[in-house]
Structures are given as structure tokens and as C-alpha cells.
Design a binder for this molecule. Structure first.
Ligand code: DX5
Ligand code: ZN
Length: 219
């Protein structure tokens, strides 16, 4: 089944509990958390305390995507705050294999993210330690950007590697996902679709999520 993870980057920050609570009713499968540190990317968003604050508002898994330098230093705080997935950028960590192991040891699902300019071969030797691989389809740092089609080739390559070696990671795509690009990503083999502005700005978010779920049957 294709999972839909709305990004709360596009939620109302002054009403975060309310907006997170709505996601289950809309049919979402996870809550995507975009953590930015002002260094790995220019913007600053929020950290583990936001996770802790919204945890009581949903039973959905919290899918944390950290766009930060030194990601390993934040593993314990996000785990303690109730995160289920912890995904960091390979570009921000010289020891990504070890960081993935630490995330699993902390009891979370371990994910690694690739910027648009980073090829899949950069993470190939760490895939055995991954529960999730996040293919960025925009440059990280902001919502509302245009989907970069090169992401599709990378998703296809990750599907191929999973088949070849028997890996069981989920493939997630993040950035510029709307009804059209969701179809392209699902066809390429993405299993978890992150969508911020399209879902939060939709007239009927539940209908858009249902439409994205239905892509399952078309592939
Ligand atoms: C970008 C973030 C994305 C972003 C997606 O840095 O990682 O999760 O919020 O937003 P949209 O769907 O608006 O591109
Ligand atoms: Zn994200």
C-alpha cells in the first residue's frame, strides 16, 4: 500500500496540535516532520520539542526528516520525544553507516536521505542498515517547490537494488508532490509520498489523499 505522509511544514504553526490531529481523519499514514537547523539548510523550523508537543494529538507514526549537521547528536532526543522514523542526510554525515545502526539501536526506523545532486551509489554500501531511503525531489529547505524529475530514476534504481539484494527498505519521495507527480513517483516504485503544500492547500485534503492512495491499484 502506498503511504501518504503530509509535511507539517505547511501546517499552521500557531495551531500545530489541531492540524496534526486532523491528519488521521484525512486518511494520512504518517506525519512528516521537517527539522531544519539554519546550517545544513538556511531555514530554521523546529526540533524534538515540537515532536513531544504534538505526540499526544495523533496515533500516526511520526516521520522525522532532519536537515541538520551532526544528525547523530539528535537521535536520543527525538526518540525520547516519540519519533518513529529518524531520517538524516548522507551529505551531512561522514559516518552514515554507524548513524543508521545507532538509530535502530535507539528503537526507531532508520532512514537516509539523498539531495537531488547526490547519486544512489553514495548510500549503496549502507542500504543493509536502512529501513527507509528518502529521495529528495526538491532541494531541501522550503515547501512549495517544483518536482525535479531526476528523482524518478533514483527511485527506480533503489527498487532494482532492493530486488537484487533482498533489501526491505521503504522508498520515500519528498518535494513537489501533487496528484500528477505522485502518480509518476508511485509508478517508479515510491512507497511513501511526502506532500506539504498540495495537501494543506487542497480544498478537500481527504479526497487528495484518497486519490494518492488509489495510485496503488494503477501500478
Ligand atoms: C523540503 C521538505 C519537504 C517539504 C515538502 O525541505 O523536506 O518535506 O515540506 O513540501 P512540498 O510538498 O510543498 O514540496
Ligand atoms: Zn521532508
Amino acid at each position: 500500500m502506498i503511504k501518504i505522509a503530509p509535511s507539517i511544514l505547511s501546517a499552521d504553526f500557531a495551531n500545530m496540535g489541531r492540524d496534526v490531529e486532523r491528519l488521521a481523519a484525512w486518511g494520512a499514514d504518517a506525519v512528516h516532520f521537517d527539522v531544519m537547523d539554519g546550517t545544513f539548510v538556511p531555514a530554521i523550523t523546529f526540533g524534538a520539542e515540537m515532536c513531544r508537543a504534538v505526540r499526544p494529538y495523533t496515533k500516526l507514526p511520526l516521520d522525522v526528516h532532519v536537515m541538520v549537521e551532526h544528525p547523530e547528536t539528535y537521535i536520543a532526543s527525538f526518540r525520547d520525544a516519540g519519533a518513529d522514523y529518524f531520517t538524516f542526510h548522507v551529505e551531512a554525515d561522514r559516518h552514515s553507516h554507524r548513524t543508521l545502526q545507532k538509530i535502530r539501536m535507539a528503537g526507531m526506523k532508520a532512514g537516509i536521505a539523498l539531495n537531488p545532486a547526490t547519486p544512489v551509489c553514495m548510500v549503496e554500501e549502507a542500504l543493509s542498515e536502512c529501513d527507509l531511503v528518502l529521495v529528495m525531489s526538491v532541494n531541501p529547505g522550503a515547501g512549495g517547490q517544483k518536482f525535479i524529475p531526476g528523482a524518478l530514476r533514483k527511485i527506480e534504481r533503489l527498487v532494482q537494488l532492493a530486488r537484487e539484494y533482498g533489501y526491505r527498505y521503504e522508498i520515500e519521495v519528498d518535494g513537489g508532490i501533487n496528484a500528477e507527480t505522485a502518480a509518476l513517483a508511485a509508478e517508479a516504485g515510491a512507497m511513501m509520498l511526502v506532500s506539504g503544500s498540495s495537501i494543506f492547500k487542497a480544498e478537500d485534503p481527504a479526497a487528495l489523499i484518497a486519490q494518492m492512495h488509489a495510485l496503488d491499484k494503477k501500478i
